[in-house]
Each structure stands twice: as structure tokens, then as C-alpha cells.
Design a protein around this ligand. Structure first.
Ligand code: ADP
Length: 169
């Protein structure tokens, strides 16, 4: 059984086996969660992202996929980078956003992570409406057969927290 926990706050302050990054396909950092993770986690994360890019993802990490690196100085063992869909480009089709949660949990299972902290993927720069993104996130996690014991959604502000809380009822 996976327990879903909601927390309001900054994901870079969380203690967990794995922290999920709402990355972009370049894996070279960006704004929002991505910027905060690299800022607080230090250069080891970017070094490993660069190596992954060179070895596997020269064309970028595809949307909906996930890959792990060290967590650097964060209070975690791994950062799992996943690339959310841009809402407008996806036409609102939930499959790639669902895939982000599923793939991140699949990678977490491969690593043996038992606690995984997620941000609200795609709800910032990528423009996914919060209520819909929250529903997709919660449904994706609930449908997943995983050894992860705790999925913690870390929501930055009141609105995001309320959107996820409404889904958990
Ligand atoms: P995306 O490009 O996938 O939309 P963003 O990082 O722009 O990703 O935003 C995703 C969500 O993460 C937004 O709801 C944003 O408010 C939130 N967010 C931004 N910084 C943090 C942080 N440090 N911790 C947790 N959530 C954050």
C-alpha cells in the first residue's frame, strides 16, 4: 500500500529517499522547481545531468520519461528528473502527465526508494490547470503497483495544496 501525503512548502527542504524534479528535456536546469533543486542541491546534480545527456539523451529526455541522478546536497539519495508536458502543446491529453508519475515511480522502484516527494508537475511554466493536474497526479499514483511506501506531494502555495487536498477528499 502506498500512502499519499500532502505537504505545503519547498520541495528542496524535504527529506525523502527520492525528490522528483519537474525538469525540462535539456536536463540542464531551468526555472521553478528545477532551478531550486539545482541551486540547493549543488553542482553534482548538473554534472551528472550533463553526463546523462552526453551518454543517452543527446536529443533531450523525452516528455513523460524519468531518469535519476545523485541528489547532491539535498536531504535525499536521488533526484528523479521527469519532463512534464506543456499543457497547450498536449491539448490537455493526460497521458504524458500520467506517464511522468508512473515513470518516476518505476525509476524509484528500480532504485529501491521507499519515500518519494513530487512537485505538482507541469503546473508552473508548463501551464497545466491545477485542479486537472492534481486529479491526474493522484489517479496516476493510486493506479500504480509500486513498492514505494510514501508518495509526498509537496505543494508550493495554498492554491496547489487545496487542489490536491480536494482530490484526496
Ligand atoms: P513545470 O515546468 O513542470 O510547469 P515549474 O517548476 O514551473 O514546472 O512548476 C511546477 C510547480 O512547482 C508549480 O506549481 C510551482 O508553483 C511549484 N514550485 C515552484 N518552486 C517550487 C519549490 N521549490 N518546491 C515545490 N514546488 C515548487
Amino acid at each position: 500500500m502506498t500512502t499519499i501525503v500532502l505537504v505545503q512548502g519547498d520541495i528542496t527542504r524535504q527529506s525523502a529517499d527520492a525528490i522528483v524534479n519537474a525538469a525540462n528535456s535539456s536536463l540542464l536546469g531551468g526555472g521553478g522547481v528545477d532551478g531550486a533543486i539545482h541551486r540547493h542541491g549543488g553542482p553534482a546534480i548538473l554534472d551528472e545531468c550533463r553526463r546523462l545527456r552526453a551518454s543517452h539523451y543527446g536529443k533531450g529526455l523525452p516528455t513523460g520519461r524519468a531518469v535519476a541522478t545523485t541528489a547532491g546536497e539535498l536531504d535525499a539519495r536521488w533526484v528523479i528528473h521527469t519532463v512534464g508536458p506543456v499543457h497547450r502543446a498536449s491539448g490537455g491529453d493526460p497521458s504524458l502527465l500520467t506517464s511522468c508519475y508512473r515513470e518516476a515511480l518505476r525509476v524509484a522502484d528500480e532504485l529501491g526508494a521507499r519515500t518519494v516527494a513530487f512537485p505538482a508537475i507541469s503546473t508552473g511554466a508548463y501551464g497545466w490547470p491545477l485542479e486537472d493536474a492534481a486529479r491526474i497526479a493522484v489517479e496516476a499514483v493510486r493506479a500504480m503497483d509500486t513498492a514505494v511506501e510514501e508518495v509526498r506531494f509537496v505543494l508550493f502555495d495554498d492554491r496547489a495544496y487545496e487542489a490536491f487536498a480536494a482530490q484526496l477528499g
